[in-house]
Design a protein around this ligand. Structure first.
Ligand SMILES: [Zn+2]
Length: 294
């Protein structure tokens, strides 16, 4: 295990889901990587970990995120089934290993990785102080606010959003086909994850989701970090739920409650049927709200 980020994340998975899941999480033998068309030349790949965005042009393929290292061969083979063109660039939406785990393999194949400055900075800290082999997984190209790529005449906009899921979240917008990959700021599989340890914040989550609502039109297709391709209406529902829970938890914090007391008060009881277990969300929310200027 090279990366302490990976270790920490694996621990989080174990804590969240129990040891049976962690055994399953380490065994990738049964994972199938499947391709799904989103619009025109844009696809997403599902396997295990974050949804991978794929932008295909005649002479180049762009990948958005890389899932886990043991899946790289299957990911590359699935891309080959869509196009003869080579993968020319990887963009990471954020730092987590279920989105960056294949970076090192892809760089080994000569594919540069690009991400926000904070992704590289946070990954660097987790990579044991400069082990040259591990450094190979780091993004080779970084940007501070925004950058544009021109792929086969298509403009791909990559831009930093407010610190939401982490402090290095980027959205990727392919305006031409009206598709946006928004990483883990948005997910359809449950409550949001606010990774306060990696700089994520509640207010940033609301602001970044608002950015989607401001930018997207009625036909925009939004690829989430986890779950199903969605519409702006889905994002609106997700954001409203977060705003509501944030308000409830803020008022419990104002009553002086600890995290344990907030959790015991079950502020999401009426929402859990729809969104699942709130434990991780409440933890991140509480950390974010109590660190923010209190
Ligand atoms: Zn994530």
């Amino acid at each position: 295990m090279r990366s302490t980020i990976q270790s920490a994340f694996a621990c989080a998975l174990v804590l969240a889901a129990g040891s049976a899941f962690s055994q399953q999480a380490n065994d990738f033998s049964d994972v199938e990587v499947t391709a799904h068309q989103v619009a025109g030349n844009v696809y997403y790949l599902a396997g295990r970990g974050g949804n991978i965005g794929v932008v295909i042009n005649a002479d180049a393929v762009l990948l958005i995120d890389t899932q886990f290292a043991p899946l790289t061969e299957r990911i590359v083979a699935t891309v080959k089934s869509l196009s003869d063109a080579d993968i020319r660039l990887v963009i990471n939406t954020h730092v987590h290993p279920d989105h960056t785990g294949g970076n090192e393999n892809l760089r080994g194949m000569g594919v540069p990785v690009m991400a926000h400055d904070n992704v590289r900075a946070r990954m660097s800290k987790g990579l044991n102080g400069g082990d040259p082999a591990a450094m190979y997984a780091l993004p080779a190209v970084t940007f501070a606010d925004e950058t544009k790529l021109y792929f086969g005449g298509q403009e791909v906009r990559v831009f930093k959003v407010p610190a939401a899921h982490t402090d290095g979240d980027s959205f990727i917008y392919i305006e031409d086909v009206d598709v946006m990959h928004v990483g883990d700021v948005f997910r359809t599989t449950g409550y949001p994850v606010i990774d306060a340890g990696n700089g994520g914040t509640a207010q940033g989550t609301l602001d970044a989701l608002q950015l989607i609502l401001d930018m997207a039109g009625p036909n925009t297709q939004i690829i989430p970090g986890h779950g199903e391709v969605s519409s702006v209406a889905d994002v609106r529902e997700f954001r409203s739920m977060i705003a509501e829970v944030t308000q409830r938890v803020t008022s419990l914090i104002e009553q002086g409650m600890s995290l344990e007391q907030v959790a015991a008060a079950a502020p999401t009881a009426d929402l859990d049927e729809r969104w699942g277990s709130p434990d991780r969300f409440l933890t991140g929310l509480y950390q974010s709200l109590t660190e923010a200027g209190r």
